[in-house]
Ligand binder design. Structure first.
Ligand code: ZN
Ligand code: FE
Length: 256
């Protein structure tokens, strides 16, 4: 069992699909399927076939390519049990209790509802990788479309509790937009300022801002930092429960 090759593939306007390839077995997996055409092209270029799809949630910009990829490659389609009726073509419905692996690499399913009620995050403990879909973004988090703020905070906390060095891949390239909001709520954060300068340079060069890490997000992402005294003070919420500060941040970002 070899190390995984990782391809971060921009799809549609600002989505990402991640391809994982295990060279010894030749197996390939994809996290989310925004576009069958873009994914097929990337596979053809490398001479890979798609064996497995891991879907984070039911939104069309994450599942639009499922039917075509499954028909073409006979791909297995894994996704959240709670959204089984909303993800056509699902072959394996999973929960946090599921035993999952890809080419000998164990995968832990984290239930991370809030953006959607069944949203799951795929954590590869032996590889130090996590795929957070639309729950955690770099310097931001997903909109709470189906859940409640307290639920979303709980979901984000599960990701934040992973080892510091864990590499995070998320579903969208929203980092620069998120950075502008982050600076308005914690302008005194030096690590954030440095990260924003790096993000600006990466985007100017047309490069992705991912992966990020658990440690970097804990230090810079306002949605993981409701404990920050500076943020609490700026919102007039000193000493408020973390999930309430988080909820207020999410509300402010929606209006930004
Ligand atoms: Zn979504
Ligand atoms: Fe999305």
């Amino acid at each position: 069992m070899g190390a995984l090759e990782i391809v971060l593939l921009p799809c549609l306007a600002d989505n990402y699909c991640v391809l994982l390839h295990e060279p010894d077995s030749g197996e390939t997996a994809a996290i989310d399927a925004p576009s069958a055409a873009a994914i097929k092209a990337a596979l053809v270029e490398r001479g890979w076939r798609l064996n497995h799809l891991f879907i984070t949630h039911h939104h069309a910009d994450h599942t639009g390519g499922v039917a075509e990829l499954k028909a073409f490659y006979g791909t297995t389609v894994t996704g959240p049990e709670a959204e089984a009726d909303r993800i056509p073509g699902l072959t394996r419905a999973v929960t946090a209790a599921s035993d999952l692996e890809f080419a000998g690499h164990p995968i832990k399913v984290l239930e991370t509802p809030g953006h959607t009620l069944g949203h799951v995050t795929y954590y590869f403990p032996n590889d130090g990788l996590v795929f957070t879909g639309d729950t955690l973004f770099s310097l931001g988090c997903g909109k709470i479309f189906e859940g409640e703020p307290e639920m979303m905070w709980d979901s984000l906390s599960k990701i934040a509790a992973l080892p510091d060095e864990t590499e995070i891949y998320c579903g969208h390239e929203y980092t620069l937009n998120n950075a502008r909001f982050a600076l308005t709520v914690e302008p005194e954060n030096e690590v954030l300022k440095k990260r924003v300068a790096e993000v600006e340079a990466m985007r100017t060069a047309g490069k992705p801002t991912l992966p990020t890490t658990v440690a970097l997000e804990q230090a810079t992402n306002p949605f993981l930092r409701p404990k920050s005294r500076a943020i609490q003070a700026r919102l007039g919420m000193l000493g408020a429960p973390e999930w309430e500060v988080f909820a207020r941040l999410r509300q402010l970002k929606n209006k930004a």
